[in-house]
Design a protein around this ligand. Structure first.
Ligand code: NI
Length: 226
């Protein structure tokens, strides 16, 4: 499932983030790339220990912890501390699949990347090109969102960032290990949860709500590794 989450950051938070990122010390993006993806990666990135990256990352994580759509769709077990990248004119990131296993910075813990996230920080009008292009069994999806919005997609997908031909594209990106490993099962749980919420909005006393909620929790019990 590929899902767009609107307004993860408010306009005010986006402007503050851009202001901080303008003063940050950017490095070659290949610092976090595997051997295969380093060959096609041409962008700039903040080192994971950069104090601006850490502070901004904490703010993004705090927003996600209380974002109902994110929690319902990702069923997060561990969220990787957000990283930040920057593409200026002529930069791109060719086709690749994200590494399956990532070491959490400054720790011995590793996570399995089930979901990949890109949080757009530049206004779409501020750059040409720079779409995130995700390929899955349903075809090719081009994603270019308003600043503050985020896309979630399975980390198993082949994806790329189209060349930026003008302007600058700033984004945050990170990975999530979900309590439910399978995208298919996670999507079913998400659809069920969203349907239950719509029924509840229409009729909070609907006689089927208890049974449907029980089904949701019993499927989660069967499929999750909390
Ligand atoms: Ni990637």
């Amino acid at each position: 499932m590929l899902l767009t989450l609107p307004e993860v950051l408010t306009r005010e938070e986006v402007l503050r983030a851009r202001d901080q990122l303008a003063r940050a010390g950017w490095s070659d993006g290949r610092i976090t790339a595997g051997h295969q993806s380093a060959r096609v990666k041409r962008n700039l990135q903040l080192p994971d220990h950069d104090p601006i990256a850490r502070e901004l990352g904490e703010r993004i994580l705090a927003q996600l912890e209380s974002h109902p759509l994110f929690l319902s769709a990702a069923l997060p077990k561990v969220v990787f501390p957000p990283l930040f990248n920057r593409y200026t004119e002529g930069m791109d990131f060719g086709n690749h699949v994200d590494n399956a296993i990532r070491q959490l910075p400054g720790s011995a813990h590793r996570i399995r990347t089930d979901l990949s996230a890109t949080l757009f920080l530049s206004d779409p009008e501020a750059y040409s090109g720079g779409q995130l292009i995700v390929e899955d069994t349903y075809g090719v999806h081009e994603v270019k969102l308003t600043a503050g919005s985020m896309v979630l997609y399975p980390s198993s997908s082949l994806h790329r960032v189209a060349p930026v031909t003008e302007g600058e594209r700033l984004a945050s990106f990170f990975w999530i290990q979900s309590m439910v490993r399978s995208d298919e099962q996670r999507t079913l749980l998400f659809d069920l949860d969203q349907s239950i919420q719509r029924v509840r909005e229409g009729d909070p006393d609907h006689p089927s709500l208890v049974q449907l909620t029980a089904c949701y929790h019993n499927l989660l019990r069967m499929w999750s590794e909390p």
